[in-house]
Design a protein around this ligand. Structure first.
Ligand code: SF4
Length: 190
């Protein structure tokens, strides 16, 4: 069985003042309702509820770099259940890059929401109340911190998020990630 799919991926990046991004795109109460309705709520250390103040977590940064990655599968109508596998290489690429930027220049990464990449599926320690195995790698998503990612994609990048229909993937998938920092201007080449 072939476990890899051919696709085209393209990153777009926007930088704006972190305070503006928070004011325009964070709607913590409404987004928290969506999180509470998600089966992943409380089941991974990358998802809410968090043991820290999100407001404090977001504070102290001048600039928000927001990155949207559009992933277009070559084959149309792939099963929606394969979306995670299709996106995985791009998630790994982006998360590695964000964590490398944290190490080199400081700042905070916001990864893509979804199944954690760092342990085998279904083996997260959180349901048993045990500490995360890889806290150095796990970062919350923008959604988990109360940002409206649908509006972010539409208004900053002109991308409408697409959802699967009748068990099939849409024509493209979109990952939205972020990096809050005080390092001036960061060039993100996709
Ligand atoms: S790294 Fe492992 S233990 Fe930590 S959140 Fe991810 S799946 Fe859970």
């Amino acid at each position: 069985m072939n476990f890899s799919y051919r696709y085209r991926a393209e990153d777009s990046a926007v930088e704006l003042p972190a305070a503006d991004y928070i004011a325009r795109f964070r709607d913590a109460q409404r987004i928290a309702e969506y999180c509470r309705a998600c089966p992943s709520y409380g089941s991974s250390w990358g998802c809410p509820p968090f043991g820290f103040s999100v407001e404090e977590y977001l504070s102290g940064y001048v600039t928000a770099l927001v990155v949207a990655t559009k992933i277009v599968p070559e084959q149309e109508g792939l099963p929606l259940s394969e979306a995670g596998r299709l996106m995985r290489p791009e998630r790994k690429r982006i998360e590695a890059r964000l964590l490398d930027m944290e190490r080199r220049i400081g700042g905070r990464s916001f990864a893509y929401v979804g199944t954690c990449l760092h342990c085998p599926e279904g083996s997260c320690t959180r349901p048993d109340g045990n500490p995360c195995r890889h806290p150095d790698r796990v970062r919350p998503s923008l959604e988990a911190c109360g940002f409206d990612v649908g509006r972010t994609a539409r208004e900053l990048f002109g991308i409408e998020l697409k959802w699967g229909v009748e068990g099939r993937m849409p024509e493209y998938l979109t990952l939205v990630c972020g990096f809050f920092h005080n390092a001036g201007h960061i060039v993100w080449n996709g």
